[in-house]
Design a protein. Structure first.
Length: 393
């Protein structure tokens, strides 16, 4: 049997690390490819062609976990600090706090020493380290194995990640019903992940222009101007700061216009209904006035009874404002809830060619800035209108 990556080819690989973590021979390493996306590298000397990696690959294996859409909600936490420090309506934070109160652990994407990784936390004080959306792919490493170990020790685990990571964790845990009982999963509605290399080059360029050696903090979803007009905020080691709305920051414009996505994200195989997490979290973009809040509103899809009870437990009697909505309404503002494909923009290949040159920063910024922004004008008008007239806090 061929290794999974050779069966599907690099364009379909989601970079979920499922093959890496499940290979009994440890014959797979994950490395960045030349465009800055994680890719499995097989050591053919060690590979026994056993096929385990194919059975754990969400692109190849049967993915169904028997979910169904059982309830769709517009929700936001009543805790003002939690709401402002979260990307959307702070529901991940409430789920995490509930799990931690129950002596469980929570796993989410946070910054490691050098790059974005998945961190496991067991105390409420560490929650900020895994809050907030980051638009590059995390180096998930052996996290699925750590989730399994915790659950085998009888500890409850809440795991939050992209749809491919959640589908991959489901496959990793498949067959171990006892361990699965202690694990709850949240998948985010996912636009796709941007090239880590492009992002790092962009950060280097911002740092250089400010005479800084390094970046000390990145917040992709700063709510200084509210939820709809979120901005990217970067703090530098020399105290300098950069902050720009997502609608004018070159990196965000290029990300949203699909110039920088991982090849598999254009036709994501796992953004499908029913979703793969017990709970799916997203932004309720396009929320009508009675559901809207200046600081954010989450889309929460409950995909099975376990997800429903975890959500009920977390929201308690008054922690969260939640209103049931239809799945069609949710998908109107957010087609990525199920099966929406993106066209690959013409400039993508030119952009990635530029990324390979020895000193690409300026060329890259130029591409960032000349990316066309279709339909952006009307959405900008709507966003500014809501910012001014719907300021309901
Ligand atoms: C790459 C990416 C693309 C997204 N695209 C969309 C979209 O198109 N439409 C939409 O409605 N919502 C999208 N979201 C989800 C949205 O941004 C919020 O993450 C979600 O609504 C949860 O918000 P919250 O306020 O409940 O919690 P938050 O505190 O914001 O929690 C975010 C959770 O996501 C996890 N996370 C953050 N970054 C990553 C990452 N890179 N990889 C894996 N897990 C991560 C965190 O660990 C945390 O658990 C995306 C999220 C990500 C990470």
């Amino acid at each position: 049997v061929k290794p999974a990556i050779e069966e599907i080819g690099p364009k379909k690989c989601t970079g979920c690390f499922g093959c890496y973590v499940s290979c009994p021979e440890k014959a797979i390493e994950m490395e960045f490819d030349e465009d800055g996306f994680f890719m499995p590298i097989v050591d053919h000397g060690s590979c026994k062609k056993c096929g385990v990696c194919q059975s754990k690959c969400p692109v190849i294996a049967e993915r169904s976990v028997g979910n169904a859409v059982i309830s769709v909600n517009a929700a936001r936490t009543q805790d003002a600090n939690l709401l402002k420090s979260s990307s959307s309506g702070g529901i991940f934070g409430e789920l995490a706090l509930s799990m931690l109160s129950d002596d469980g652990v929570v796993v989410g994407a946070g910054w490691g020493n050098d790059d974005l990784v998945h961190l496991m936390i067991s105390s409420k004080g560490d929650l900020p380290s895994i809050q907030g959306s980051k638009y590059i792919q995390s180096r998930i490493g052996m996290t699925y194995q750590k989730v399994l170990s915790q659950s085998k020790e009888g500890r409850k685990v809440l795991f939050c990640g992209t749809p491919c990571q959640v589908a991959s964790l489901n496959l990793f845990l498949r067959g171990d019903k006892k361990a699965r009982k202690n694990v709850w999963t949240c998948d985010v509605v996912c636009h796709g992940v941007a090239s880590t290399k492009a992002f790092n080059v962009y950060l280097d360029s911002l740092a250089r222009k400010r005479g800084a050696k390094d970046v000390s903090r990145v917040d992709f979803r700063n709510k200084k101007n509210g939820w709809q007009d979120y901005s990217i905020k970067v703090d530098f080691s020399n105290g300098a700061k950069y902050q720009k709305s997502h609608s004018s920051d070159p990196f965000f414009v290029a990300y949203i216009d699909n110039l920088l996505l991982r090849p598999s994200c254009y036709t994501c195989p796992v953004s499908e209904l029913p979703r793969h997490g017990d709970i799916t979290l997203g932004d309720l973009w396009g929320a009508r006035k009675d559901l809207y809040n200046y600081w954010g509103v989450s889309l929460v899809i409950l995909n099975n009874e376990r997800g429903l009870s975890l959500f009920k437990e977390a929201i308690g009697s008054d922690k969260v404002i939640s209103n049931e909505i239809s799945i069609d309404y949710a998908m109107k503002g957010n087609p990525r809830v199920s099966g929406s494909n993106f066209e690959i923009p013409e400039q993508r290949s030119t952009f990635f060619k530029a990324l390979k040159t020895s000193n690409p920063e300026d060329e890259i910024i130029e591409y960032f800035q000349t990316t066309p922004r279709p339909k952006r004008f009307l959405s900008n008008v709507a966003r500014i209108y809501k910012r001014i007239f719907w300021r309901n806090f």
